[in-house]
Design a protein around this ligand. Structure first.
Ligand code: ADP
Ligand code: MG
Ligand code: MG
Ligand code: MG
Ligand code: MG
Length: 442
C-alpha cells in the first residue's frame, strides 16, 4: 500500500504525476505535476476550476482541489517516469458531493456498514477505428460473423498484446483477449476486484487503450454504437458481495451458506434482494449505465449484421443465457448486461451498489426467471418493463425514482439531472440529415 507519493517517486524514478479526476460525463481531467511538487499536492490537492469541466459549478465557485489517492497510484507501463493517480475532489475542506469518485466512496462506506463488500468485474468493449473515427481501422475485417476471428486478430496483435502486457505488468491478472462480435471490435478481460479498485482500473483501462491505439495510428472508442448496423460496445458488470474487502474476503455473501441459497437463482437471500433492487430500479439506473444519446442506439436496437445485438431491451433476468438484461452465469454472482461503454466508471459501480442496497432494504423480489431467447420470443413475456427508448426517457425515469435519487445522493442527483438535461437540449437543437431527408418535401 502506497502512502507517501514523494517517497514513491524517489524509489521508482518517477519524474511526474498525472493527478486525475473524473467529471459527471465520465471525462478524465488531469494535471501533470513534477515530482518535486507532489508532497504539497498530496496534502492540499491540485487546483482546478470546476466550471471548466462537466460538473454543476459556476465560474464563481472557489478552487476545486483534486487530492490524489496514493494507494491507487499506477506507473504508466508505456512511460515509466510518469505515474497516474486518481483523486478525490474537495472544495473548502469538504468532499464535493457530486464528484463521481466521492459518490462511489460514500456508497462503498454504506455497504461496509452493513457488512457488505461489493466486488465487480467489467467487460469494457471497444473498437479500433481510423484516426478520424469514421470507420473501422482494418479494411479487411469484413466477415459477417467476425467474433473470435483469428486472422483479423493477427492484424491487430501489436495493439492488443501491448495492452495485455501492460495489464500483466500492473498485476491485474488479465486472462483472455478476443475479437468481439462487430468488425473492428475487441474485448480484454482481467480479474474482478473491490468496486473502487475496479472503477479505477476501468478508468485507467480506457486511458491506456486510447493511448496505445493512438501510438499505433488508430483510434480506440468505447462509444456505445460507433458504427451503424454493427454490435455496439457493452460494458457488462459481474457482481458479487463478500464479507470483507480485498484479500481478507472469505465468504461470498451472494452464495453464502446458511442464508438459504435458492436453487433457482444460485443466489443467497441477500443476493436475491440485491438483484431485486437492480430489477426494480432498472429503467432509472439506465440514466447512469447508458448515459448518452447514442446509448439508446445500442439497447432496443434492430438485429445487427452478426445476427444479434447482444444488448437487452427489456427488464428480465435468467440463468446462463445472454439475451436478457441480467444473466446468472453460476452460483454467487450475476451479470448486468445493460451498461455500455459510455458509462462513467465510478457512477456505474455507484448506481449498482445504490440499487442493490435499496433492494436489500426493501426485500425486493427480482420477479420471475425467464428461460427463453428474448430476441426471438420476447413478445411472449408479459408485464416486464421495457427499457427507456432514449436518454430523455431515462432521465425522467431517474427523476421519478425517489429511492434511487436519494441513495445516489440528493446533491449528486440534482447536478447530474441538470447537466444531462442541458445536454439533451443541446442535442435537440442539432439539425440532423434524417430530418431533412424525411421532412423536406412534406
Ligand atoms: P462473459 O463474457 O462470459 O460475460 P468475461 O470472462 O468476459 O465473461 O468477464 C467476466 C468478468 O466477471 C471478469 O472480470 C471476471 O473476473 C468477473 N467475475 C468472475 N467471477 C466474479 C465474481 N464472483 N464476482 C464479480 N465478478 C466476477
Ligand atoms: Mg491558470
Ligand atoms: Mg466477456
Ligand atoms: Mg463481450
Ligand atoms: Mg458478459
Amino acid at each position: 500500500m502506497v502512502k507517501d507519493l514523494a517517497k514513491f517517486a524517489e524509489e521508482n524514478g518517477i519524474k511526474y504525476f498525472m493527478i486525475s479526476f473524473t467529471d459527471l460525463f465520465g471525462g478524465q481531467r488531469a494535471k501533470l505535476v513534477p515530482a518535486r511538487a507532489i508532497a504539497d499536492m498530496q496534502e492540499d490537492g491540485a487546483g482546478f476550476a470546476g466550471f471548466a469541466t462537466w460538473l454543476d459549478l459556476t465560474p464563481a465557485h472557489p478552487d476545486m482541489l483534486a487530492v490524489p489517492d496514493p494507494d491507487a497510484v499506477i506507473i504508466l507501463p508505456w512511460n515509466r517516469e510518469i505515474a497516474w493517480v486518481p483523486a478525490n475532489c474537495v472544495m473548502e475542506g469538504k468532499d464535493v458531493a457530486q464528484a463521481p469518485r466521492n459518490v462511489l466512496r460514500r456508497l462503498i462506506g454504506e455497504a461496509a456498514e452493513k457488512g457488505m463488500h461489493v466486488k465487480t468485474g467489467v467487460e469494457a468493449e471497444f473498437f479500433l477505428l481510423t484516426p478520424a473515427g469514421d470507420q473501422i481501422s482494418d479494411e479487411f475485417d469484413t466477415a459477417a460473423k467476425p467474433c473470435y476471428d483469428q486472422q483479423a486478430f493477427m492484424r491487430r496483435l501489436d495493439v492488443i498484446r501491448e495492452i495485455s502486457d501492460h495489464m500483466l505488468e500492473m498485476g491485474w491478472n488479465p486472462y483472455q483477449n478476443d475479437h468481439e462480435d462487430a468488425n473492428g471490435q475487441w474485448e480484454m478481460n482481467w480479474d474482478f476486484d473491490d468496486a473502487l479498485k475496479t472503477a479505477d482500473k476501468h478508468s485507467f483501462f480506457k486511458f491506456m487503450t486510447k493511448c496505445v491505439a493512438e501510438k499505433h495510428g488508430f483510434r480506440a472508442t468505447f462509444m456505445p454504437k460507433p458504427i451503424e448496423g454493427l454490435t455496439g460496445n457493452g460494458c457488462h458488470v459481474h457482481i458479487s458481495v463478500w464479507d470483507a474487502p480485498g484479500a481478507q474476503s472469505k465468504t461470498n455473501v451472494f452464495a453464502g451458506e446458511g442464508e438459504g441459497q435458492t436453487g433457482e437463482l444460485g443466489l443467497s437471500e441477500r443476493g436475491k434482494h440485491f438483484l431485486g433492487g437492480i430489477m426494480k430500479h432498472a429503467s432509472a439506473l439506465a440514466a447512469i449505465t447508458n448515459p448518452t444519446v447514442n446509448s439508446y442506439k445500442r439497447i432496443n436496437a434492430p438485429r445487427t449484421t452478426s445476427g444479434a445485438t447482444w444488448a437487452p431491451n427489456t427488464v428480465t433476468w435468467t440463468g446462463n443465457n445472454r439475451t436478457h438484461m441480467v444473466r446468472v452465469p453460476g452460483p454467487g454472482r450475476f451479470e448486468l448486461r445493460l451498461p455500455d461503454g459510455a458509462a462513467n466508471p465510478y457512477l456505474l459501480q455507484a448506481v449498482i451498489i445504490a440499487a442493490g442496497l435499496s433492494g436489500i432494504g426493501s426485500k425486493a423480489d427480482p420477479g420471475k426467471r425467464h428461460d427463453i431467447d428474448m430476441y426471438a420470443e420476447g413478445h411472449k413475456v408479459r408485464g416486464a418493463p421495457k427499457l427507456p427508448l432514449n436518454m430523455l426517457d431515462a432521465l425522467r425515469d431517474y427523476d421519478k425514482d425517489k429511492a434511487l435519487k436519494e441513495a445516489m445522493g440528493a446533491e449528486f442527483s440534482a447536478a447530474y439531472l441538470k447537466m444531462k438535461h442541458q445536454e439533451w437540449n443541446d442535442f435537440c437543437n442539432y439539425f440532423s440529415s434524417w430530418e431533412k431527408a424525411n421532412t423536406l418535401d412534406i
